[in-house]
Each structure stands twice: as C-alpha cells, then as structure tokens.
Design a protein around this ligand. Sequence first.
Ligand code: NAD
Length: 269
Amino acid sequence: MRGLQGKNVLVTGGSSGIGQAIAVRFAEYGANVAINYLGHAQEGAETEEQVQACVRRVRQEGVRDVLVQGDVSKEDDVVRMVDQAVSELGGLDVLVNNAGIQISRPSHELSTKDFDKVLGVNLRGAFTCAREAIGWFLQGEKPGVIINVSSVHQRIPKPNFLGYSVSKGGMQNLTTTLALEYAGRGIRVNGIGPGATITPINRAWIDDPQKKAQVEEHIPMARAGTADEMAGVTCFLASDDAAYITGQTLYVDGGLTLYPSFRDPWSSE
Ligand code: NAD
C-alpha cells in the first residue's frame, strides 16, 4: 500500500486480536511498529503468549519493533508510552487507537466504577493517546494519521453494554472533531467500525458453534469478520491512497449497519 514503507506506527492494545493483525499488517507493508500491551492481569488483557507471538510475526518482516507497556486509561502511562515509541522508533507517523474492553451488565445494575472503567480505556484512553500523538506531529511539523478502532456500536445501540456503546458513540465524535480541528495542519483522523469479529473479546461465542451461528444469522453476509479484514482497511486509511479522507468511519461489518431486518420488506406492504 502506498506511503507506509518506513513509517513509524504505534498500535494500542497491539498484541491481541484486531490490534495484533494491524501491527503485523503494517509490518508487512514495511512500517516500523510500536506494540503497546497492558502487561498485567485485568479484564480484557492480553496473554504473554500473544505478546511474544506478535513480536515474532512483526520481526519476520525485518522492520523495527518496540514493545511499549502501558495502560491507556492512565495518563502518565500514555505520556511515557508515546515518548518511548517516538524515541525508540525515531519518530511517529501513525497512531492506531485500538485498545478496548467491554463489561456486560443490565444498565440498571451497572456500577459507576464499571462504567468509568470502560470509558477510561475506550474513550479517554483514545483521547489522551491522540493528544500526545498530535502534540508530536505538530512539534515535528510533519503530517500525521490517527485511526480509531471504533465499532458498529458507535451507531447501533448495544443493550447490556452501556459503557461500551457510549464509549464508541463518543469515539465517533472524537474522530470527527479532531479531524476538523487539525485538517488544515496535515493531520488526518479516521475510524474503522468493525462488526462481529473473531477475536478474544468475543470468547463468549467464537468457540461455540451454536452461539456463533446465532450471531452470524444477524449478519447480512452470514459470517463474522476476521481481524485481518480489519487490518487491511486500517492500513488503507493510514496510506497515501486515503490521502484525501478525513473524519470518516469506515464500517467493516458484512452489512450489519444496513438494518438487516429490512432485507425482506415488512413495513409498508
Ligand atoms: P481483544 O480483547 O483481542 O483486544 C483488546 C486489546 O486491548 C488487548 O490487546 C488488550 O490487552 C488491550 N487492552 C485492554 N485494556 C487495555 C488498557 N487499559 N491499556 C492498554 N491496552 C488495553 O479484542 P479485539 O476484538 O481485538 O478488540 C480490539 C478493538 O476492536 C477494541 O477497541 C474493540 O472495541 C474493537 N471492536 C472489536 C469487535 C469484535 O467483534 N471483536 C467489534 C467491534 C469493535
């Protein structure tokens, strides 16, 4: 893909699922990659094996890599993490805000602690990473790109996952507002909106054929997506082929955002 060779990329939550596929795909296109990992047991955290597997796959491509530990919900960690990525890679051209968690609870039973926890990772984390990256882009007077890994749930409500839904709705506004604010200074901000994707965050259904079939029957293309399919679109948005695109979220969802229940007309016949 045009314009990715030699670029320096930071991927948050970059060792598992969609983040790992993104880190590996950037490396395949010749970009150097800083892989952020959480590094301690917490809901939604990666395993040590995932971190090592990701590093191995990135190194196979012969690009520079750096592992950066950090919790994106902690401001100090984010500042250190972006500094480390910049100093060890020798600069920063692309930030991928991918780290994300979800907590399932009926909304009337959801504690403020759990609500804040999801928002802290998915939305405030994306903001602080973006702020630090933009500061660096402006200081270096170089163009920069931010890709937010959002979700179809930035548009489709997700009952029992209120914090998640709200965080992704906020992410849409993070994308559009930052895109508008910095468009004149060479910084593009876009998002991808994955639909149901085969990754560890969906461990509740991916290995259960019956539950998987139940999920897939709602998807117009009749299958879940792969992390690799999310990675390709992320790299496209970061590439020079997308040089005139900013403020957009590209849904990568097999048609999930097309109101599938309207496939067979029922409302006016
Ligand atoms: P995953 O659980 O495999 O990956 C999540 C990653 O985030 C892990 O690497 C984890 O270590 C990291 N993470 C969690 N908390 C963190 C923190 N505080 N600081 C730093 N890293 C942290 O799941 P995934 O499906 O690959 O999710 C990646 C992104 O894709 C998330 O933002 C998720 O909301 C989004 N998404 C996934 C799906 C799907 O169906 N899998 C659909 C839509 C959107």
